[in-house]
Write a protein that binds this ligand. Sequence first.
Ligand code: GAL
Length: 715
Amino acid sequence: MHPTCNRILLLILFLQCTLISLAQTFISDMEQMKWEKVAPGIWKTTIGEMDLNPLDYSAPSKTQALTDLGDPAFPFNMEATLSQKTKERIVVRLPLGEQEKIYGLGLEFESINRRSNVYTLKVDHYGGVKGYTHAPVPFYISSEGYGVLINSAKRVKIHVGVGNRKDSHLPPYVDRTTGGSAWQARPTSDAVEASIQGEGLEVYVFSGASPLEVVQRYNLFCGGGVLPPKWGLGFWHRMHTQSSDEDVLQEIRDFEENNFPLSVIGLEPGWQSFAYPCSFDWDTTRFPDPKGFLNTMTDRGIKINLWENPYVAPTSTMYDPIKPYTGSHTVWLGEVPDYTIPEAREVLLDHHQKNHLDIGVSGYKFDEVDGYDQWLWPDHATFPSGYDAVEIRQLYGTIIQNTFTEHFRKQNQRTYGLVRSSYVGASNQSFVIYSDYYGHKGYVTALVNSSLAGILWTPEIRSANSSEEWVRRFQTVCFSPLMMLNAWSSGLKPWSFPEVTDIVRENIELRIRLMPYLYTAFHTYEQQGVPPFRAMVLEKGFESTTKKVGGTLDDVKNPYAEQALLEVTDQYMMGPSILVAPVFTGETERKVVLPAGNWYDFYSGALVGNGETITIQPTLDKIPLFVKDGALIPMLSTLDVEDTDQTLEVRYYGTKPGSFRLYNDDGNSFDYESGEFTITDLAVSVKKNKLKGTQKVSNDLGYGYKQVEWVWIGR
Ligand code: GAL
């Protein structure tokens, strides 16, 4: 090349670079973020100084598993990550491509798409404002394969692809014709902008080859998923709030008589001498001999879970010791402990250990750790630690979860319980979220969203208006992280709708028989961060059907001609191979979106489709379940989840060769962390359309299944 051409080229290059950097700095008052790599595929930036750090209440990262996931590059243009500190706020701005889909931001009940909206992420009951929910986790995931965590205990306000800066270097296309068809009420912006009112925050970026890998990295960074005790995956029944020890015994007899499995009994407010606020002490009229009662429960093989809220009644035996560590305001006239103070946590644990855990209580349901404003302390309340009341509210449920998760771990005993609020870094906590919101569809969408937020959710059943609704809700709850009838108010039993009792029983039994499959899925959650119940958008081969619909200008219904997004919020994956498509009351048919590859009906083994949307006409007795090609589904042949001498039924679906690494351990302790577990390798080979199944037990510590019955389903 001629030297002059060379010089011209260099000049053009120089001008381009200058223009680009001018464009960057032209986001006038914002500064470029400086990223520090904190683990393979994870970067962090710190702006200002943080007050309470949510991640201080999560488990240590699983560093080996993070390394095993690989070391991808920073996922987007670092130069386009900007921050700003004003007198009032910290603002961050991260790039967003026009075609990117954004998911996450916590436990939402209506949709999974987060674009073109603004969220105020506040721990509260669900509803009211977008982002007010039980677990408003400020972590989002892009379809492009990265995730962002805005780590702050303040309420994060986040604008996802809306709100255009004048100096943005990628402004949206503008249709200036009056009534032009491309006019948008919310013009697409090229950024996610988030802010907090406070002194400091951290931003983490998680890279990944797919949205699932991003979620895995986030979960592993927060300590991996939780492995519940086996009993936690059995059937839970919460008693009517005023039940006594005698009522519980009768209930257990009724379960036996009606031939229903039962693993956990939940006691609601009435077990305590006072409940709103709480005494945390037994009500001696209903439970005159708690120790004797718990002994009987242990003999019967039933675990007891206790309900409570955190607010301390003046009549509580915990009142005097906790008083020095409480805030300026009360809740229902009870003291509000400041559990950021280690001494306060000690008082709580000490009381609970002596009065409940020492006599055999298995865990708790922590209620009322979320909202409403009119019940809880005001934002201007003060606490002895000096932390902001807003932050204490945001982390209340998380700190309690963490306190008990760690405590149980120290006793080498696993727990599994319930909590009504959660936040950042909770995947390793032994708790499942629930709500008073009772929409069945919303419950399924919440289950979908929970997998995008590092939390577990139960679509608990409480009551129903018809036997059909009873069955449909029961089916959903049987295919969720915690199978529970919460009869605290209704007093209902699984057999309360006699015409469908057999159907309900069969669904519960199916879930229990799936224990080997499900327990292994939880092990994968714990080890690799793969959520056991997952949104379809995390599934390989799933092209989200998200597309714009509607948008006709109508001066009454839709004066701004907004379009809605169609998305898949009513089906999900359970474990590696089962797609669950719950049915809602009144539906005689439903659509199911199948990812690429052959899919088979779980019950019959019939081929149902491949990478397409099918319409099914489900019968009442079964929840529609579909299985991937080559999948192996290990199932118990009895309902005894401990017995490894029973024959393991392994169903095989489809035509491809397949394998399954079946995990098993003592189901109760943390001994698995020091190698106390057994793997049974199951495999199916296909030769000339002939199937052959093999099993190999390794590290045989007595948790392997030796007898296997292969079921070539559908053949
Ligand atoms: C509610 C809770 C219910 C039940 C009830 C008892 O706050 O969501 O599940 O426990 O309290 O009073």
